[in-house]
Design a protein around this ligand. Structure first.
Ligand code: GDP
Length: 348
């Protein structure tokens, strides 16, 4: 997200006052009648300082996108990462300061013009004192925007036109291996709240259709009941994006997760996203080495799914079948309802 560099109050004042002095020097060397020159100098200081500080505040407000106009996913992202209310409040403070400075500029320019020359420099100092106190009042808001800038850099770049497939499944089942096999280029890695490895986004272009894949290591890979509210929010934000979920099972269980626990996670994700995930069974090469009895058990488990896909991601086997299946996924119409994490309490 584009947040410009945020100055400290000291930097803001320093710049304003320095420019004020420069303009005053220009007035001092200009051909203005002596009788009014002193007043013109002080007036120029006040007007320039206010203008310079106001321009900077306006630039900040203009450059930060209007939060309500962003796609729901980004609104949620900002809310989870830094807080939307705090963000709005801080931008509001920039506008507040802008308004007060406009008033101060007008008041003091007028006062200096009307006052006797002997009073001009005292009025200018008074004006600067008030400008400084206004700028200091927005210190915590400037600090917050600087914090937001740092935390919102490297936000994921989502293509909202693309059909979006969210990948889920326990750790080590082969999600990132699959993502790398399936997509055209190395997946893009961006920050995502509450994931250590961030979010990975890959793309493919097929038959005039753009499909986007999203993997969030550390988020859709453990029981929903273990998550706190904030993590749930981070997961729910993905709901705005998912047109389909690709749930990866590891029937070899070499990832260390029992099939029945994997099935529980599958059901939880189905409930949270309100989409039946597409079931994918990976590491079939390993399963094929099992004795017949174990293979039978696994086959029976798999047979409860409609049209299951059996693949071997690291050998690139079954990738075409996945893509063929995903070409039929339709983009979901979005209702812009923000779900509450409480909706998921009582998941069993
Ligand atoms: P993730 O944590 O779900 O992203 O899992 P990874 O993609 O990192 O894979 C975990 C491990 O399983 C890696 O060592 C992969 O090489 C291995 N792996 C992934 N797919 C297969 C497969 O189809 N067969 C075999 N034998 N190993 C696989």
């Amino acid at each position: 997200m584009m947040i410009p560099t945020i100055p400290t109050p000291e930097e803001l004042l320093d710049k304003g006052f320095r420019r004020g002095k420069k303009t005053a020097d220009l007035v001092r060397t200009s051909k203005i009648p002596r009788s009014i020159k002193g007043k013109k100098i002080e007036e120029a200081k006040v007007i320039t300082a206010c203008q310079v500080i106001k321009d900077r505040l306006k630039m900040i407000v203009d450059r930060v996108p209007t939060i309500e106009e962003l796609p729901e996913f980004y609104q949620d992202y900002i809310d989870i990462t830094v807080g939307v209310d705090q963000m709005k409040q801080s931008l509001g403070a920039m506008n507040w300061a802008y308004g007060i400075l406009t008033q101060l500029e007008k008041d003091y320019a007028g006062k200096i013009r009307r006052a006797p020359s002997s009073k001009a420099s005292e009025l200018q100092r008074q004006a600067y004192g008030r400008v400084a106190s206004v700028v200091k009042k927005i210190k915590k808001d400037l600090d917050f925007l600087d914090f937001a800038k740092a935390n919102l850099r490297n936000m994921p770049t989502i293509d909202f036109e693309a059909t979006t497939i969210v990948i889920a499944g326990f750790p080590n089942v082969g999600k990132s291996t699959l993502l790398r096999q399936i997509t055209d280029a190395e997946p893009e890695v961006a920050n995502y709240p509450f994931t250590t490895k961030g979010i990975q986004i890959g793309h493919i272009e097929r038959k005039w259709k753009h499909i986007q894949f999203i993997d969030t290591p550390g988020l859709l890979d453990r029981p929903v009941l273990d998550m706190n509210d904030i993590e749930l929010n981070a997961m729910v934000a993905l709901e705005h994006l998912a047109d389909a979920i690709l749930f990866i099972f590891d029937p070899s269980q070499t990832s260390g997760y029992l099939l029945e626990n994997q099935y529980t996670l599958y059901n939880e994700i189905e409930k949270v996203f309100n989409i039946t995930p597409i079931a994918l069974f990976n590491k079939i090469d390993i399963v094929n080495t099992f004795d017949e009895g174990r293979q039978e058990e696994i086959k029976e488990f798999i047979s409860q799914f409609d049209d299951p896909l059996l693949i071997s991601a690291n050998q690139g086997k079954g990738i075409e079948e996945i893509i063929n299946k995903l070409e039929n996924v339709r983009k979901q119409p979005r209702d812009d309802v923000h779900k509450d994490p409480d909706d998921y309490n009582g998941l069993e």
